[in-house]
Design a binder for this molecule. Structure first.
Ligand code: ADP
Ligand code: MG
Length: 240
């Protein structure tokens, strides 16, 4: 479903991604890990064209993201992204947060958008909070709303960039539980996270990055059992 082939990206003279390749199949749960500054956020943002690359190719559901002639608006609407800092609209209620893109981007009627949004809000256990504003919710609750909002767009895949790293420890599991449920239902996911417990539970693939390169791209069992590279072994020894 997602084919990243030999991509290179520079910020000025600084090469942030060097010859990165990986493939994500439908239903895969790929966890991307690695030290801070290794290019994980940049890599994940290339998938929907939020970060352009200067070299290489990316195909998502047979759409050539890296072809300048491609209209990325459809793809962006159908790839859910969840960031570290929730990024809900603070001046809109939870229900409005859930419906605005459905109405504006997918051109759904408000009734349909409300029904869809509230279905996912219920799924993340927050139906009772639909008339509140984001600032009235905890960080963990806001992140669950952000996931419900992404799901309301009927995404073909979900990208997560450190979705729990801004949360207080007691709120991490409520967000991870929602993500585990999605993974178990077969959602195609790319997840940047340091939560190795999550990786062990639901990932089927692990990508380890360092200095802008994909150092390991392997099964979960291979990664946790016997990482091939010393850098991955060193990383694991510090994080677990
Ligand atoms: P990670 O998510 O693994 O921590 P990032 O993808 O955010 O890493 O960043 C990789 C490297 O690129 C870092 O060294 C970072 O400072 C640099 N970088 C990120 N965004 C920019 C930018 N807009 N301009 C210049 N350098 C950047
Ligand atoms: Mg990052």
């Amino acid at each position: 479903m997602i084919k990243i082939e030999n991509i290179n990206k520079w910020y000025g003279h600084f090469q942030v991604l060097t010859d990165c390749s990986t493939h994500v199949h439908k239903g895969d749960v790929m966890v991307i890990c690695g030290p801070s500054g290794s290019g994980k956020s940049t890599l994940i943002k290339t998938v929907n064209g939020l970060e352009p690359v200067q070299d290489g190719s990316i195909l998502v559901d047979n759409v050539a993201v890296t072809d300048p002639k491609t209209d990325l608006s459809w793809l962006r609407a159908r790839i859910g992204m969840v960031f570290q800092n929730f990024e809900l609209f603070p001046h809109l209620t939870i229900r409005e947060n859930l419906t605005i893109a459905q109405v504006k981007v997918l051109k759904r009627g408000l009734d349909e958008a409300n029904a869809k949004g509230l279905k996912y809000l219920e799924r993340v256990g927050l139906l009772a909070h639909q008339d509140k504003f984001p600032g009235q919710l905890s960080g963990g609750q806001q992140q669950r709303v952000a996931i419900a909002r992404a799901l309301s767009m009927d995404p073909i895949a979900m990208l997560f960039d450190e979705p729990t790293s801004a949360l207080d420890p007691e709120m991490i599991n409520e967000v991870l539980d929602v993500m585990v449920g999605l993974a178990q239902e077969g959602m195609t996911m790319m997840v940047v996270t340091h939560e190795m417990g999550f990786a062990r539970r639901v990932a089927n693939r692990i990508v380890f990055m360092d200095k802008g390169m994909v150092i390991e791209d392997c099964s979960k069992d291979d990664f946790f059992g016997a990482p091939r590279s010393p850098r991955a072994a060193d990383f694991l020894s510090k994080i677990i």
